[in-house]
Design a protein around this ligand. Structure first.
Ligand SMILES: Nc1ncnc2c1ncn2[C@@H]1O[C@H](COP(=O)(O)OP(=O)(O)OP(=O)(O)O)[C@@H](O)[C@H]1O
Ligand SMILES: [Mg+2]
Length: 317
């Protein structure tokens, strides 16, 4: 299998800690902080690693936080192609109030990317040692990056024969789909926005996704529905996959885990029906772990086989 390339334009170092009680005005004593690499594509790379797949994470980095981000990824043995930036990489802050178990997540503004740095991102993608089969573009856009930049990336990738998997939102998602991608993974809210409506029931989800396929915006649309699982639509397929019932601890990272499962399934030659079940298994397995932790491979395997047996017996046989 060729390595999968992930692109994270707005990466972060996530610093997380715990405090006994979060109260105003007083000094709060916190537990020693944990530092983790973050940002859509970077999380997809970390989740792919857990599935046993190699990936190359492409992302801009700068300053001391950028150095830390690179070290953290090195520790996790994730291959990387960083692009140096003048501004320092952002650091997000997550704190859990131990008395209530509630988690507070503070997101900092992203690191601006100059036009030259954006150009460098494009050059990096065009000059990868090996042309990948899949490029996963995931996460938000940092300041200074217009959604049109994503179109340039998609155009370049497609001209190299690369299949693009997109997981982003708002104007970035709208714009990327104008260029047309292989697979998009909106959640139901993101799909509703694109369809210009407040809410979509399950039949309307399939219809809205089908319209994206008809318009040539995606070959496959996987709409994630949180605890309701996912709906996959392609030219000749509509399939709803329920999420297995599990003890939910934290949904952080569920979307990125699902994207990793989807691209892994496609890259290893699973059918689209099997692939979406693997995606749901990864997403749901991620909800079984507390905090920012991704999934455990054993949980994914169990949930995937359960889903095959319950909803696709022929494939499980
Ligand atoms: N409460 C839950 N119970 C079981 N599975 C869940 C739950 N929440 C999410 N999942 C699983 O994770 C997948 C992705 O979740 P979701 O639809 O919330 O994506 P998302 O909104 O893109 O998430 P993120 O906030 O991480 O970007 C779902 O399709 C499902 O398999
Ligand atoms: Mg998401």
């Amino acid at each position: 299998m060729k390595p999968i390339v992930t692109l994270t334009l707005n990466p972060t170092v996530d610093k997380s800690t715990t405090a006994d009680h979060i109260i105003p005005d007083q000094k709060l004593r916190c537990a020693p902080p944990k530092f983790e690499p973050g940002g859509g594509g970077i999380n997809v790379s970390r989740a792919l690693k857990r599935l046993g797949a190699a990936s190359i994470a492409v992302f801009p980095v700068g300053g001391p936080t950028g150095t830390l981000l690179r070290e953290l990824l090195e520790q996790e043995q994730i291959q990387q192609q960083p692009i140096e930036t003048e501004s320092r990489t952002r650091e997000n802050f997550i704190v859990v109030d131990a008395s209530s178990g509630q988690q507070y997540r503070f997101g900092m503004p992203g690191t601006p990317l100059s036009p030259q740095e954006q150009q460098q991102v494009l050059i990096t993608l065009k000059s990868l040692a090996e042309v990948p089969e899949f490029l996963v573009i995931s996460g938000s856009l940092p300041p200074g990056v217009e959604p049109e930049f994503l179109m340039k990336i998609v155009r370049a990738a497609k001209s190299m024969g690369i299949k693009v998997v997109a997981d982003t939102s708002g104007p970035a998602l709208h714009q990327i789909l104008q260029e047309g991608v292989y697979l998009a993974k909106p959640n139901v809210g993101e799909l509703s926005k694109m369809a210009g409506v407040d809410e979509l029931d399950s039949e309307a989800v399939a219809q809205a996704a089908h319209q994206l396929v008809q318009e040539g915006k995606c070959t496959i649309v996987v709409t994630s529905l949180g605890p309701q699982g996912a709906c996959v639509v392609s030219q000749d397929l509509v399939d709803h996959v329920p999420a297995p019932a599990v003890k939910k601890r934290s949904t952080v990272g569920a979307g990125d885990s699902m994207v990793a499962g989807l691209v892994y399934g496609l890259a290893t030659g699973l059918s689209v029906r099997e692939t979406v079940r693997l995606g749901v298994a990864c997403g749901t397995a991620a909800t079984m772990n507390p905090g920012t932790e991704l999934f455990r491979k054993e949980d994914v395997d169990k949930l995937y086989h359960w889903l095959l047996q319950q909803t696709l017996p022929a494939a499980a046989a």
